[in-house]
Design a protein around this ligand. Structure first.
Ligand code: C2E
Ligand code: MG
Ligand code: MG
Ligand code: MG
Length: 282
Protein backbone atom coordinates (compact mmCIF):
# COMPACT_ATOMS: atom_id res chain seq x y z
CA UNK A 1 0.00 0.00 0.00
CA UNK A 2 2.91 2.24 0.71
CA UNK A 3 3.74 2.11 -2.97
CA UNK A 4 0.23 2.99 -4.09
CA UNK A 5 0.28 5.95 -1.76
CA UNK A 6 3.20 7.21 -3.82
CA UNK A 7 4.42 10.60 -2.73
CA UNK A 8 1.78 10.80 -0.06
CA UNK A 9 3.36 8.04 1.93
CA UNK A 10 5.05 10.61 4.13
CA UNK A 11 3.76 9.86 7.58
CA UNK A 12 2.30 12.94 9.16
CA UNK A 13 1.11 11.31 12.29
CA UNK A 14 3.04 8.62 14.04
CA UNK A 15 1.14 7.53 17.12
CA UNK A 16 4.27 6.13 18.76
CA UNK A 17 6.04 9.47 18.51
CA UNK A 18 2.99 11.25 19.81
CA UNK A 19 2.78 8.86 22.70
CA UNK A 20 6.41 9.38 23.60
CA UNK A 21 5.84 13.10 23.49
CA UNK A 22 2.81 12.82 25.76
CA UNK A 23 4.75 10.63 28.13
CA UNK A 24 7.52 13.20 28.22
CA UNK A 25 5.12 15.99 29.07
CA UNK A 26 3.53 13.92 31.80
CA UNK A 27 6.90 13.12 33.30
CA UNK A 28 8.02 16.71 33.13
CA UNK A 29 4.95 17.93 34.99
CA UNK A 30 5.23 15.08 37.48
CA UNK A 31 8.90 15.74 38.05
CA UNK A 32 8.24 19.29 39.13
CA UNK A 33 5.88 18.05 41.84
CA UNK A 34 8.06 15.09 42.69
CA UNK A 35 10.84 17.42 43.77
CA UNK A 36 8.50 19.21 46.17
CA UNK A 37 6.90 15.99 47.39
CA UNK A 38 10.22 14.39 48.20
CA UNK A 39 9.84 11.58 45.64
CA UNK A 40 13.44 12.07 44.55
CA UNK A 41 16.29 10.73 46.61
CA UNK A 42 19.80 9.42 46.22
CA UNK A 43 21.23 5.94 46.49
CA UNK A 44 24.94 5.34 46.89
CA UNK A 45 27.00 2.80 45.01
CA UNK A 46 30.25 1.81 46.70
CA UNK A 47 33.50 2.05 44.79
CA UNK A 48 36.18 -0.45 45.70
CA UNK A 49 39.89 -0.78 45.25
CA UNK A 50 40.61 -3.32 42.55
CA UNK A 51 41.10 -6.20 44.99
CA UNK A 52 37.53 -5.62 46.12
CA UNK A 53 38.49 -5.60 49.77
CA UNK A 54 38.27 -1.93 50.54
CA UNK A 55 35.60 0.69 49.86
CA UNK A 56 37.31 3.81 48.57
CA UNK A 57 34.30 5.96 47.75
CA UNK A 58 30.63 6.02 46.82
CA UNK A 59 28.69 7.54 43.94
CA UNK A 60 25.38 9.28 44.52
CA UNK A 61 22.77 8.12 42.01
CA UNK A 62 19.41 9.82 41.93
CA UNK A 63 16.17 7.84 42.06
CA UNK A 64 12.60 8.83 41.38
CA UNK A 65 10.00 6.75 43.15
CA UNK A 66 6.88 8.22 41.58
CA UNK A 67 3.55 7.72 43.20
CA UNK A 68 1.96 7.95 39.78
CA UNK A 69 4.44 6.12 37.54
CA UNK A 70 6.28 3.87 39.95
CA UNK A 71 10.07 3.87 39.80
CA UNK A 72 11.34 5.94 36.87
CA UNK A 73 14.98 5.32 35.87
CA UNK A 74 17.43 8.26 35.63
CA UNK A 75 18.02 7.42 31.98
CA UNK A 76 14.39 8.43 31.43
CA UNK A 77 13.99 11.46 33.63
CA UNK A 78 17.45 13.04 33.65
CA UNK A 79 17.25 13.92 29.92
CA UNK A 80 13.80 15.39 30.51
CA UNK A 81 15.06 17.38 33.47
CA UNK A 82 18.02 18.48 31.35
CA UNK A 83 15.62 20.08 28.92
CA UNK A 84 14.25 22.35 31.57
CA UNK A 85 15.77 24.02 34.59
CA UNK A 86 14.55 21.13 36.72
CA UNK A 87 17.98 19.57 36.49
CA UNK A 88 19.43 22.47 38.46
CA UNK A 89 17.02 21.77 41.33
CA UNK A 90 17.60 18.03 41.15
CA UNK A 91 21.35 18.58 41.07
CA UNK A 92 21.17 20.78 44.16
CA UNK A 93 19.07 18.19 45.96
CA UNK A 94 21.49 15.35 45.22
CA UNK A 95 24.49 17.49 46.09
CA UNK A 96 22.97 18.39 49.45
CA UNK A 97 22.03 14.83 50.27
CA UNK A 98 25.40 13.45 49.13
CA UNK A 99 27.39 15.89 51.26
CA UNK A 100 25.14 15.27 54.25
CA UNK A 101 25.60 11.51 54.05
CA UNK A 102 29.34 11.66 53.38
CA UNK A 103 29.72 13.82 56.47
CA UNK A 104 27.91 11.15 58.49
CA UNK A 105 30.17 8.39 57.15
CA UNK A 106 33.19 10.51 58.06
CA UNK A 107 31.79 11.07 61.56
CA UNK A 108 31.37 7.33 61.92
CA UNK A 109 35.07 6.97 61.14
CA UNK A 110 34.90 6.31 57.38
CA UNK A 111 36.09 9.39 55.53
CA UNK A 112 35.47 8.19 51.96
CA UNK A 113 34.69 10.69 49.21
CA UNK A 114 31.22 10.88 47.72
CA UNK A 115 30.91 11.43 43.95
CA UNK A 116 28.14 13.47 42.41
CA UNK A 117 27.26 13.54 38.71
CA UNK A 118 27.07 16.96 37.14
CA UNK A 119 24.75 17.71 34.27
CA UNK A 120 25.77 19.92 31.39
CA UNK A 121 23.13 22.43 32.29
CA UNK A 122 24.30 22.72 35.88
CA UNK A 123 27.68 23.76 34.60
CA UNK A 124 26.27 26.47 32.38
CA UNK A 125 23.39 27.82 34.36
CA UNK A 126 22.47 28.17 37.92
CA UNK A 127 25.01 28.82 40.57
CA UNK A 128 26.96 25.62 40.66
CA UNK A 129 29.91 26.92 42.63
CA UNK A 130 27.65 28.52 45.21
CA UNK A 131 25.49 25.39 45.42
CA UNK A 132 28.59 23.31 46.03
CA UNK A 133 29.84 25.69 48.71
CA UNK A 134 26.44 25.73 50.41
CA UNK A 135 26.24 21.96 50.36
CA UNK A 136 29.64 21.33 51.93
CA UNK A 137 29.25 24.08 54.50
CA UNK A 138 25.81 22.94 55.60
CA UNK A 139 27.04 19.38 55.88
CA UNK A 140 30.34 20.36 57.45
CA UNK A 141 32.07 18.18 54.89
CA UNK A 142 35.79 18.62 54.14
CA UNK A 143 35.99 19.57 50.44
CA UNK A 144 38.34 16.70 49.66
CA UNK A 145 35.50 14.30 50.49
CA UNK A 146 33.46 15.58 47.56
CA UNK A 147 34.19 14.51 44.02
CA UNK A 148 32.38 15.70 40.92
CA UNK A 149 31.86 13.70 37.75
CA UNK A 150 31.39 15.08 34.29
CA UNK A 151 30.91 12.95 31.22
CA UNK A 152 33.59 12.93 28.59
CA UNK A 153 31.22 13.85 25.78
CA UNK A 154 29.86 16.84 27.55
CA UNK A 155 33.26 18.07 28.55
CA UNK A 156 34.65 17.86 25.06
CA UNK A 157 31.64 19.56 23.50
CA UNK A 158 31.92 22.53 25.82
CA UNK A 159 35.48 22.66 26.96
CA UNK A 160 35.84 26.44 26.72
CA UNK A 161 32.86 27.11 28.94
CA UNK A 162 33.46 24.25 31.32
CA UNK A 163 37.18 24.64 31.93
CA UNK A 164 37.00 27.71 34.20
CA UNK A 165 34.39 25.96 36.35
CA UNK A 166 36.60 22.88 36.65
CA UNK A 167 39.51 25.04 37.77
CA UNK A 168 37.32 26.67 40.41
CA UNK A 169 36.20 23.27 41.68
CA UNK A 170 39.79 22.08 41.98
CA UNK A 171 40.84 25.31 43.66
CA UNK A 172 38.17 24.67 46.28
CA UNK A 173 39.83 21.33 47.02
CA UNK A 174 37.40 18.90 45.44
CA UNK A 175 38.14 15.98 43.18
CA UNK A 176 37.15 15.76 39.52
CA UNK A 177 36.47 12.65 37.48
CA UNK A 178 35.71 12.06 33.82
CA UNK A 179 32.66 9.80 33.57
CA UNK A 180 31.85 7.33 30.78
CA UNK A 181 35.37 7.64 29.41
CA UNK A 182 35.84 6.08 25.98
CA UNK A 183 32.43 7.01 24.64
CA UNK A 184 33.70 10.34 23.34
CA UNK A 185 36.64 11.04 21.14
CA UNK A 186 39.03 12.89 23.38
CA UNK A 187 42.65 11.95 23.60
CA UNK A 188 44.15 11.23 26.97
CA UNK A 189 47.02 13.60 26.32
CA UNK A 190 44.48 16.35 25.80
CA UNK A 191 42.55 15.43 28.94
CA UNK A 192 45.79 15.58 30.87
CA UNK A 193 45.90 19.32 30.29
CA UNK A 194 42.63 19.64 32.19
CA UNK A 195 42.46 19.67 35.99
CA UNK A 196 41.20 16.09 36.19
CA UNK A 197 42.70 13.22 38.11
CA UNK A 198 40.24 10.34 37.81
CA UNK A 199 39.13 8.48 34.74
CA UNK A 200 36.06 6.26 34.89
CA UNK A 201 36.08 3.83 31.99
CA UNK A 202 32.65 3.30 30.53
CA UNK A 203 30.90 0.04 31.20
CA UNK A 204 30.73 -0.80 27.50
CA UNK A 205 34.48 -1.48 27.52
CA UNK A 206 34.24 -3.78 30.52
CA UNK A 207 31.17 -5.76 29.45
CA UNK A 208 32.82 -8.19 27.04
CA UNK A 209 36.15 -8.81 28.72
CA UNK A 210 37.72 -11.21 29.14
CA UNK A 211 36.91 -12.76 25.80
CA UNK A 212 36.54 -9.96 23.28
CA UNK A 213 40.09 -9.53 22.09
CA UNK A 214 39.58 -6.05 20.66
CA UNK A 215 38.16 -4.78 23.92
CA UNK A 216 40.89 -6.50 25.88
CA UNK A 217 43.56 -4.74 23.87
CA UNK A 218 41.75 -1.43 24.06
CA UNK A 219 41.29 -1.64 27.78
CA UNK A 220 44.95 -2.48 28.31
CA UNK A 221 46.01 0.46 26.17
CA UNK A 222 43.68 2.89 27.93
CA UNK A 223 44.81 1.84 31.38
CA UNK A 224 48.53 1.91 30.68
CA UNK A 225 48.33 5.23 28.89
CA UNK A 226 46.15 6.69 31.64
CA UNK A 227 48.71 5.59 34.20
CA UNK A 228 51.63 7.03 32.31
CA UNK A 229 49.74 10.33 32.44
CA UNK A 230 49.07 9.88 36.16
CA UNK A 231 45.33 9.41 36.05
CA UNK A 232 43.68 7.17 38.58
CA UNK A 233 41.57 4.63 36.71
CA UNK A 234 38.16 3.36 37.77
CA UNK A 235 36.30 0.62 35.89
CA UNK A 236 32.51 1.05 35.73
CA UNK A 237 29.99 -1.77 35.64
CA UNK A 238 32.10 -4.67 36.88
CA UNK A 239 29.72 -7.60 37.20
CA UNK A 240 31.88 -10.71 37.30
CA UNK A 241 34.92 -12.01 39.14
CA UNK A 242 36.51 -12.73 35.74
CA UNK A 243 36.21 -9.07 34.81
CA UNK A 244 37.66 -7.98 38.14
CA UNK A 245 40.53 -10.41 37.77
CA UNK A 246 41.27 -9.23 34.27
CA UNK A 247 41.20 -5.59 35.35
CA UNK A 248 43.46 -6.27 38.31
CA UNK A 249 46.00 -7.86 35.99
CA UNK A 250 45.90 -4.77 33.79
CA UNK A 251 46.68 -2.65 36.85
CA UNK A 252 43.33 -0.89 37.00
CA UNK A 253 43.08 1.00 40.31
CA UNK A 254 39.45 0.89 41.36
CA UNK A 255 36.09 -0.47 40.34
CA UNK A 256 32.41 -0.02 40.73
CA UNK A 257 29.77 -2.55 39.80
CA UNK A 258 27.10 -5.01 40.74
CA UNK A 259 29.74 -7.65 41.53
CA UNK A 260 30.58 -5.92 44.78
CA UNK A 261 27.82 -3.44 45.42
CA UNK A 262 24.59 -2.14 43.97
CA UNK A 263 23.36 1.38 44.54
CA UNK A 264 22.05 1.32 48.12
CA UNK A 265 20.65 3.57 50.82
CA UNK A 266 23.08 5.72 52.76
CA UNK A 267 22.41 3.63 55.86
CA UNK A 268 23.19 0.42 54.05
CA UNK A 269 26.33 1.98 52.65
CA UNK A 270 27.46 2.69 56.19
CA UNK A 271 27.09 -1.03 56.85
CA UNK A 272 29.21 -1.76 53.78
CA UNK A 273 31.81 0.67 55.11
CA UNK A 274 31.80 -1.08 58.47
CA UNK A 275 32.62 -4.34 56.69
CA UNK A 276 35.04 -3.01 54.06
CA UNK A 277 35.87 0.52 54.99
CA UNK A 278 39.22 1.86 55.95
CA UNK A 279 38.94 3.67 59.24
CA UNK A 280 40.44 7.08 59.67
CA UNK A 281 44.00 6.85 60.86
CA UNK A 282 44.15 7.96 64.50
P1 C2E B 1 26.77 6.97 35.56
O1 C2E B 1 27.13 8.20 36.30
O2 C2E B 1 27.76 6.44 34.60
O3 C2E B 1 26.41 5.91 36.70
C1 C2E B 1 26.63 4.52 36.59
C2 C2E B 1 25.39 3.80 36.20
O4 C2E B 1 25.70 2.44 35.98
C3 C2E B 1 24.29 3.80 37.27
O5 C2E B 1 23.04 3.75 36.61
C4 C2E B 1 24.55 2.48 38.00
O6 C2E B 1 23.43 1.97 38.68
C5 C2E B 1 24.91 1.61 36.82
N1 C2E B 1 25.74 0.47 37.20
C6 C2E B 1 26.67 0.40 38.17
N2 C2E B 1 27.25 -0.81 38.22
C7 C2E B 1 26.65 -1.54 37.25
C8 C2E B 1 26.82 -2.89 36.79
O7 C2E B 1 27.63 -3.68 37.30
N3 C2E B 1 26.03 -3.29 35.77
C9 C2E B 1 25.11 -2.47 35.19
N4 C2E B 1 24.37 -2.95 34.20
N5 C2E B 1 24.94 -1.18 35.59
C10 C2E B 1 25.71 -0.73 36.60
P2 C2E B 1 21.83 4.68 37.01
O8 C2E B 1 21.79 4.87 38.48
O9 C2E B 1 20.64 4.15 36.31
O10 C2E B 1 22.25 6.07 36.38
C11 C2E B 1 22.39 6.21 35.00
C12 C2E B 1 22.99 7.53 34.66
O11 C2E B 1 22.13 8.60 35.05
C13 C2E B 1 24.31 7.81 35.39
O12 C2E B 1 25.38 7.17 34.76
C14 C2E B 1 24.37 9.32 35.28
O13 C2E B 1 24.85 9.70 34.03
C15 C2E B 1 22.91 9.70 35.39
N6 C2E B 1 22.64 10.11 36.78
C16 C2E B 1 22.35 9.35 37.86
N7 C2E B 1 22.19 10.12 38.96
C17 C2E B 1 22.41 11.39 38.57
C18 C2E B 1 22.39 12.66 39.24
O14 C2E B 1 22.19 12.80 40.45
N8 C2E B 1 22.65 13.77 38.47
C19 C2E B 1 22.91 13.67 37.13
N9 C2E B 1 23.15 14.80 36.45
N10 C2E B 1 22.94 12.51 36.48
C20 C2E B 1 22.69 11.38 37.19
MG1 MG C 1 28.75 8.83 37.23
MG1 MG D 1 29.48 6.35 33.95
MG1 MG E 1 26.50 6.71 32.10
Amino acid sequence: EAKSLGRQKVVLFDPSIDERHQQRLRYEAGLRQAIDNGELYALFQPRFDITGRRVVGAEALVRWQSEEHGPVPPSTFIPIAENSRLIVDIGRLVLGEACHQAARWAEAGYPVPVSVNLSPRQLHEGELIRDIQDAIHQAGLPPRLLELEITETHLMDNVDQVLPVLHQIRAMGMGLAIDDFGTGYSSLTYLKRLPIEILKIDRSFIMDVPGDVDDEVLLGAIISMAHSLNFRVVAEGVETEAQRDFLENLGCDEMQGFLLGRPQSAGKLLGTLRRCGETASP
